[in-house]
Design a protein around this ligand. Structure first.
Ligand code: FES
Ligand SMILES: [Fe+2]
Length: 423
């Protein structure tokens, strides 16, 4: 027998399967000072719904940091380090003031930008508060969500406005966040994994996707100026249904409605969800973002089927959903060395490479690229469904696959060149 024990190359081989590769630290660790953590900190991240900022402060954990969020009585939103700089009491017990938040222990008052406004127990001539600040991050509210930037202040990008935030004919609302008990990367990878639609989402008893998704389409992936897209492409007689989903660096995705656009009586449908996978720490991830629906239709507010752990365990075993499939991967943080990537995982490989490039660029002090995402203005995104008519089937099945791929790639290229996925 060789030095290395054989495994997975014969029947009954589990005994030999003793190698336990560790997680890919570069891609999965998000705390302060980690390469991925520093990378993710270069982008604005949503942290809470505006509607959750009420009369009491909210304790948050974002990228491994404990924070407190509040809206003071003047309307300013503060995002501060959780522990009071005096002697460490948690500001989740703080009192919201006209300007800022007051620690409950000795009454120090902190403004939304971290200025120390009052230190009531100190002598009147104390300059302590003028010499010290409390740790704060900038907060920005947009359409029902509060975003923050947690990176180096001199590297702060403009706030990104995606073209999907305000689409004519659609209504948009912030969705209630859900917490997934696993690493952010395995959650985000799902967005470039169209193969699971044809299996997981069409299991008997699952909800949310139409029958059309049972049929195995042609899958392809392309880089875009924002990240990448997956394309799944289906023939419908002499029409071709091209379904394009965005992955937008570093942790955003958008996908079109879960139904054939012809059935929706449209030839073009734009994304009904924009979702960030915000790491709370290495093993907890918040899915948060926007849902939208065409005017006159109800906008979904809660999580869709299988998007959380709220169903009874046995029911989740009988009809598992995205949450179960993703959170259960290797107990919360994927071990890439245990995987056997297959042809349907080409998008996953592209995505990991892309994120790794960004992480290394930040680590090496190089240009981060994806300038379009960071320089303000409305950002064109590419996700949409499109029906292309008048595409007669090619003479052989192989040639038809090629034709479907070409048709789909042309749709994406044209969309990128046009700078818009509008009809
Ligand atoms: S611990 Fe906060 S004011 Fe003393
Ligand atoms: Fe899914």
């Amino acid at each position: 027998m060789s030095e290395r024990a054989p495994f997975l190359n014969r029947t009954y081989s589990a005994y030999y399967h003793r190698e336990r590769p560790t997680a890919d630290k570069e891609l999965t660790r998000v705390g302060p000072g980690t390469p991925c953590g520093e990378y993710l900190r270069r982008f604005w991240q949503p942290v809470i719904q505006s509607s959750e900022l009420g009369k009491v402060p909210r304790r948050l954990r974002i990228l491994g940091e404990d924070l407190v969020a509040f809206r003071d009585q003047s309307g300013a939103i503060g995002l501060l380090e959780l522990h009071c700089p005096h002697r460490g009491t948690s500001l989740e017990f703080g009192l919201i003031d006209q300007h800022g938040i007051r620690c409950c222990y000795h009454g120090w008052l902190f403004g939304a930008d971290g200025t120390i406004l009052e230190t009531p127990g100190e002598p009147a001539d104390s300059t302590l508060k003028d010499r010290l600040f409390h740790g704060a991050y900038p907060a920005r509210e947009h359409a029902g969500l509060v975003f923050t930037y947690m990176g180096p202040p001199d590297k702060q990008p403009d706030f990104p406005i995606l073209d999907t935030f305000d689409m004519p004919g659609y209504r948009q609302t912030a969705r209630a966040p859900t917490i997934w008990e696993c690493n952010w990367l395995q959650v985000k990878e799902n967005s470039m994994d169209p193969a699971h639609l044809a299996f997981l989402h069409t299991l008997p008893g699952s909800e949310g996707f139409t029958e059309d998704f049972k049929e195995k389409p042609e899958w392809d992936w392309m880089e875009t100026p924002l990240g990448m897209v997956y394309i799944d492409t289906r023939r419908q007689s002499d029409r071709v249904w091209v379904r394009v989903a965005d992955f937008i660096l570093p942790n955003i995705h958008q996908f079109p409605p879960n139904a054939d656009p012809m059935a929706l009586r449209n030839s073009v449908s734009r994304p009904q969800a924009t979702t960030w996978a915000v790491p709370l720490d290495d093993t907890h991830t918040m899915q948060i973002g926007y849902h939208r629906a065409p005017e006159g239709k109800e906008v979904r507010r809660g999580p869709g089927f299988g998007q959380d752990d709220s169903r009874p365990y046995e029911e989740r075993q009988r009809v598992p959903g995205d949450y179960d499939a993703q959170v259960s991967i290797h107990g919360g943080i994927a071990r890439h060395g245990l995987e056997h990537l297959a042809s349907t995982d080409r998008g996953i490989i592209m995505m990991r490479n892309m994120i790794r490039r960004g992480i290394r660029a930040v680590k090496n002090g190089e240009d981060l690229g994806c300038r379009i995402l960071r320089n303000g203005g409305v950002i064109p995104t590419y996700s949409h469904d499109r029906i292309v008519s008048g595409v007669a089937p090619a003479p052989t099945p192989e040639a038809d696959i090629e034709l479907l791929r070409e048709t789909a790639r042309k749709v994406v290229t044209t969309t990128i060149e046009a700078g818009s996925a509008e009809a």
